[in-house]
Design a protein around this ligand. Structure first.
Ligand code: FAD
Length: 471
């Protein structure tokens, strides 16, 4: 096919559940491509000599490589091409913010629509499942050393996966009763169905990883005790699960005030929640959007988002914002809450203030400034601030670990070694709330470092992976 013909093919769009149907349940909203559509979309790829899409991918997947195989209908080979670099393509293909990563760097996006790289990757993982192909890799012969991994999110899973394949005996300690970190208790099922995480769990178990749920490191067992029990190296992948507070009057102790990740965790672990009909969600990122869409699915009728900048500055992906609005959530921009009003301890309304955008701040975005005297009231049954999360430090009780001013673990930027030589850390507890792909990449860096540490090798010379990446 000539380049001109490729250029003439429009970006293929996946089918989606209708908004009125999807808000009644947690079924996956976006359908995968069928074979014909996947090949048509793959034919849009120009197979650039210097593929910028690879640079845009935090894991550096060989995107043109797998697309070339896909369009030759070599689906299984194409899947394994992705697996050369990615430990969990079925997850990443669904939840990565592709528009800011690989697709955001695709040359076709400069003058039109980027290639739908995420959907093509998803086609391969769905094809493997539909065709009953094994997706786990055989493990190496067992070695003597034991490795402990604290946290079962994508960073911890990646470390376990890589080191188990190197033959180490790996144990994951997870404080929650469910496996998967934010993949299970943050990202709702309508974006990431449960069976996908089940498949990851199965892969890890099939190579002998011991998974201990309901064990909180720092409380049930300390890091020092793990070391005494003979774990040669320990990985800290505890994520960032402590909700940041708004810091406004009425936030503490008022019924009807919940915080984003706490609310999602409760819903996703099966708790029946009644948060009322009218719900205000505060924030503009993925978490805020997931909270709002989840509230609709659990029966709230009038849900809206309060965001202090404009829609253009919302960090959430465009597709998510589009889905949110299709489902009937209103986005109130340039507004921020200042006080939560209550009667007899139960919230009744939130007092807000209008904002305007001033000079750019350190993030490069224009700083929101309150417009004096522009206060207004929104009556509501619940308010759910979802403005960010920080690291909960239960795990490092009793160990002197250096931290950054943001409360994340201070690590060597190349090797992810902490200030204690046998302890390594990666994912959200190093980067702050970020993305699955970045957590996976850091898991790869940490696994390499831990192996070198246990083999008594230099941690720096001739590394395959380093943590130097755009953050
Ligand atoms: P986590 O996934 O947070 O896992 C850490 C695990 O450690 C948890 O299971 C926790 O219970 C456990 N733990 C904590 N303390 C202890 C302890 N003391 N002992 C034992 N276990 C402990 N990213 C994307 O790329 N795309 C998205 O669309 C997206 N959407 C998101 C939506 C929501 C609502 C949230 C909250 C996050 C979203 N993210 C998204 C971000 C992504 O989920 C995280 O960046 C990623 O999961 C971080 O991986 P991690 O392994 O570092 O930590």
């Amino acid at each position: 096919m000539k380049a001109k013909e490729r250029m003439a093919i429009p970006r293929q769009r996946p089918r989606e559940l209708k908004p009125e149907e999807r808000i009644t349940n947690f079924k996956e909203v976006t359908f995968g491509f069928d074979e014909e559509t996947a090949i048509l979309e793959a034919n849009r790829c120009l197979q650039c000599k210097k593929p910028t899409c690879i640079q845009g991918c935090p894991i550096r997947n060989d995107i043109p490589g797998f697309i070339a195989l896909l369009r030759e209908k070599k689906f299984e080979e194409a899947y394994w091409k992705v697996r050369e670099t990615s430990t969990m393509p079925s997850v990443c293909s669904r939840v990565c913010p592709h528009e800011f990563q690989c697709e955001g760097s695709c040359v076709r996006g400069k003058k039109g629509d980027a290639v739908a790289i995420g959907m093509l990757e998803r086609y391969l993982t769905d094809w493997m499942v539909a065709n009953g192909r094994p997706m786990a890799v055989e493990c190496a012969l067992p070695r003597q050393e034991k490795v402990a991994i604290v946290g079962s999110g994508p960073a911890g899973m990646t470390v376990a996966y890589i080191l188990a394949h190197e033959g180490y005996s790996c144990t994951i300690f997870e404080s929650l009763p469910v496996f998967g970190g934010m993949l299970s208790v943050g990202i709702p099922h309508y974006r990431l169905p449960r069976d996908i995480i089940g498949a990851e769990l199965h892969s890890l178990k099939s190579c002998g990883v011991d998974i201990r749920l309901g064990v909180t490191v720092g409380r049930d067992v300390t890091l020092a005790e793990l070391r005494e029990q003979g774990y040669a190296s320990v990985f800290l992948g505890v994520g960032a699960h402590e909700s940041r507070k708004l810091g406004i009057e009425g936030e503490e102790g008022t019924e009807g005030v919940l915080h984003g990740v706490d609310y999602l965790r409760r819903v996703l672990t099966g708790e029946e929640m009644n948060i009322g009909s009218k719900v205000v969600v505060v924030g503009g990122g993925n978490v805020a959007i997931d909270v709002a869409r989840t509230a609709l699915r659990t029966g709230s009728k009038d849900v809206f988002i309060l965001y202090r900048r404009t829609k253009e500055e919302m960090p959430a992906s465009r597709a998510e914002i589009h889905h949110l609005e299709e489902e009937g959530v209103r986005v109130e921009i340039l507004a921020a809450p200042v006080r939560i009003l209550s009667e007899k301890g139960r919230m009744t309304a939130v007092e807000c203030i209008r904002m305007e955008l001033g000079e750019p701040d350190e993030s490069g975005r224009r700083r929101p400034v309150a417009r004096e005297g522009s206060n207004f009231i929104i009556e509501a049954d619940s308010i759910i601030p979802a403005i960010s999360q920080r690291v909960d430090h239960t795990a490092d009780q009793g160990v002197e670990l250096q931290q950054t001013p943001w409360g994340t673990y201070q690590v060597d930027p190349e090797t992810l070694q902490t200030s204690v030589d046998w302890l390594f850390a990666g994912g959200d507890n190093v980067l702050g709330p970020q993305t699955v792909a970045k957590a996976v990449y850091q898991g790869k860096v940490a696994a390499e470092s831990m192996q070198r540490f246990m083999e008594g090798r230099d941690l720096r010379v001739d590394r395959k992976f380093t943590a130097h990446m755009e953050q």
